[in-house]
Ligand binder design. Sequence first.
Ligand code: IMP
Length: 195
Amino acid sequence: MKTYVLASKNAHKAQEIKAILGDGFQILTQVDAGVGDVDVIEDGSTFEENAAKKAETIMKLTGKPTIADDSGLCVDYLDGAPGVYTARYAGENAADEENIQKLLTALSGVPCHKRTAQFVCVIALAVPGEPTRLFRGECPGRITEAPKGEDGFGYDPVFYYEKYAMTLAEMEPHIKNAISHRSAALRKMATGLGE
Ligand code: IMP
């Protein structure tokens, strides 16, 4: 059994990661690891920088192998925006609906074939005494003209997954887990494929 601290306080994220990695892994949240009061500022210009900073900060505090993820949405027509600003696209503490509205406004009038996008997730694995390793997963799709579906979170209702002809918010959670950027990055980590 491999035990990792997850550089996050989000127990739901820890559950999701555990579900993807399977039985050979135990995932402790920051709270479980006794560093629940630490907030790492995500001020990097890439997903890689942010994920590495989070993992290394928590690893140094706990002395334990730590994983951290950073993820976001990159829209081709917007030159990769909102990218590392995905969570706060419409402002600090913006609600999902506000972020979605800003995105739809930015893409107003843009034809379907130019609305391509990728969800990106970078996982950093920081182990004491070893160089930090990075694993990148992507999920390709396109931004719809209006939200559709009730499941998921964030930008799921406007992210259309061509192969299944539905948005991520219309998918059963286990289907989304199988094709998501997060699961692609985690699977790379689980099989030891680094970059
Ligand atoms: P973070 O990795 O928690 O910083 O996530 C950044 C932001 O990207 C989140 O607040 C969401 O808005 C968005 N995001 C990341 N992954 C997903 C996803 O799977 N579906 C929808 N939105 C996502």
